[in-house]
Ligand binder design. Structure first.
Ligand SMILES: *[C@@H]1O[C@H](CO)[C@@H](O)[C@H](O)[C@H]1NC(C)=O
Ligand SMILES: *[C@@H]1O[C@H](CO)[C@@H](O)[C@H](O)[C@H]1NC(C)=O
Ligand SMILES: *[C@@H]1O[C@H](CO)[C@@H](O)[C@H](O)[C@H]1NC(C)=O
Ligand SMILES: *[C@@H]1O[C@H](CO)[C@@H](O)[C@H](O)[C@H]1NC(C)=O
Ligand SMILES: *[C@@H]1O[C@H](CO)[C@@H](O)[C@H](O)[C@H]1NC(C)=O
Length: 409
């Protein structure tokens, strides 16, 4: 390492220094990648990797050139732009980030900060809580913050397998006392089942993207499998998610034992609290011993229909947004599915069997000959437009494309 001479202050940020020291890193990873971008009220909250030295800023909607506040981005944004992280700001103004907390990316956590509640995280270096997770989405729904992710399955004991999960914590959690200090006491997670039914179901295990439809209490997910390049879209009802969380847990007595079902001590857990003597707030009603060992649910969350809404062999889906369209007789869910080659599939998801999974259109938004994965997909309802994020540009595509069709047929 370079020795700096006394009196000579290097005009270099710690992040740039890291990148100099780690000169084996590609130059492009040392730039500032925005990994959190949330509009909350009149504020835009954003965090970037900032040359492996994460930083967050708040700005005002309408004047992004002015920074209102700048804070440390550690535990809110990953160091490494390649890590898959997510974050949400709750209605109470708290930031729930699901990311890695350390430089090397070995310390994943779901971390709450910036609100009136104490900062809390998932248990550190405990692969039963989170095992090499890729975080996909986070939502603030009712009493809970929900997280959608894929991770190595701890309960699967023959070989490395990835499962998709939904995890949740109570927003009123204040952490434990003596046990689980500064740690969630309400963390729970369940597997998401997106599969093709059969004698041996074919599982799409790897969640890539999720979309919450609050009007319908539905979460859509895009799933792939690493066995072959196949993909599927499954929808999960919030009531089915609650059902899995109200059911039994799965527990491992010792590191060599199998994970076995064990009854849920509080089957309809609603984030109740127990009065605590002393200056602190009430603890949540879970026993801290239970909270430490019971967090994996035994039952998987089953999708709305046994068959996925949409499947494709030999195409890898990456992103998804859903538009609700009221037709004369039915409410249609119109899915816009981004693929790894940069096309967008438009498909229908309805209760009607004959129309389910029916493809309406394949949109080629990239110039001819260009193939690259989409970076993001968003709907702006007020403009009836789809915004497509690419590595170097943003495209705007109208949702209704009747002009593209010249005849009724
Ligand atoms: C936005 O903020 C900049 C920097 O503080 C300021 O110079 C500019 O006048 C502001 N623009 C508006 C429209 O308020
Ligand atoms: C993040 O997710 C993408 C898409 O699934 C995947 O290709 C990539 O390997 C993931 N990043 C890491 C660091 O695992
Ligand atoms: C997933 O769903 C399929 C089809 O309904 C079912 O056969 C299978 O048992 C389910 N798997 C789990 C783990 O719940
Ligand atoms: C979701 O669950 C609720 C309550 O169980 C049910 O009334 C509703 O029809 C379900 N929605 C779908 C799309 O299955
Ligand atoms: C703590 O519990 C007591 C008794 O149940 C209740 O009256 C009080 O509102 C609770 N305080 C908080 C901060 O939840």
């Amino acid at each position: 390492m370079t020795q700096w001479c006394e009196g000579e202050t290097p005009s270099i940020t710690s992040g740039e220094l890291c990148c100099l020291l780690l000169s084996f890193l590609p130059q492009e990873e040392c730039q500032n990648y925005v990994r959190v971008l949330i509009v909350a009220g009149r504020k835009v909250f954003m965090c970037g990797t900032n040359a492996f030295s994460p930083v967050c800023t708040s700005r005002q909607v309408g004047n992004l050139s002015r920074t209102i506040e700048k804070i440390n981005g550690v535990a809110r944004c990953p160091y490494d732009p390649l890590h898959n992280s997510t974050a949400v700001i709750s209605s109470q103004g708290e930031l729930y980030a699901a990311t890695v907390i350390d430089f090397s990316g070995r310390d994943p956590a779901i971390y709450r900060s910036l609100g009136s509640g104490p900062p809390l995280r998932t248990a550190q270096y405990n692969s039963k809580w989170l095992n090499e997770p890729n975080f996909v989405a986070a939502y603030d729904i009712g009493l809970f913050a929900y997280f959608f992710l894929r991770e190595n399955a701890v309960e699967h004991d023959c070989g490395r397998t990835v499962y998709s999960r939904v995890a949740r914590v109570c927003k009123n959690d204040v952490g434990g006392r003596f046990l689980l200090e500064d740690t969630w006491t309400t963390f729970m997670k369940a597997r998401l089942n997106c599969s093709r039914p059969g004698e041996v179901p074919f599982y799409y295990n790897e969640l890539q993207s999720a979309f919450h439809l609050p009007e319908q209490d539905l979460i859509y997910g895009v799933f792939t499998t690493n066995v072959i390049a196949a993909s599927a879209v499954c929808a999960f009802n919030l009531s089915a998610i609650s059902q899995a969380f109200n059911g039994p847990f799965r527990y491992q007595e010792n590191p060599r034992a199998a994970w076995l079902p064990i009854a849920n001590p509080i089957p309809n857990f609603q984030c109740g609290t127990l009065p605590e003597t002393g200056p602190n707030e009430n603890l949540t009603e879970r026993s801290l011993q239970d909270a430490q060992r019971l967090f994996l649910m035994s039952e998987a969350v089953q999708p709305v229909t046994p068959e996925p809404c949409v499947t494709q062999d030999s195409v890898r889906f990456s992103h998804l947004v859903v538009d609700l369209v009221q037709a004369k007789d039915t409410l249609y869910h119109v899915l816009y599915i981004g693929t790894e080659s940069g096309t967008i599939l438009k498909a229908l998801s309805t209760a009607s069997r004959s129309l389910r999974g029916c493809y309406l259109e394949e949109l080629h938004v990239l110039p001819p000959g260009r193939r690259e994965p989409l970076r993001s997909l968003r709907i702006l309802h007020s403009a009836r437009a789809l915004f497509v994020g690419l590595s170097d540009s943003v495209l705007r595509v109208p949702l209704e494309r009747c002009a593209a069709y010249h005849s009724q047929g």
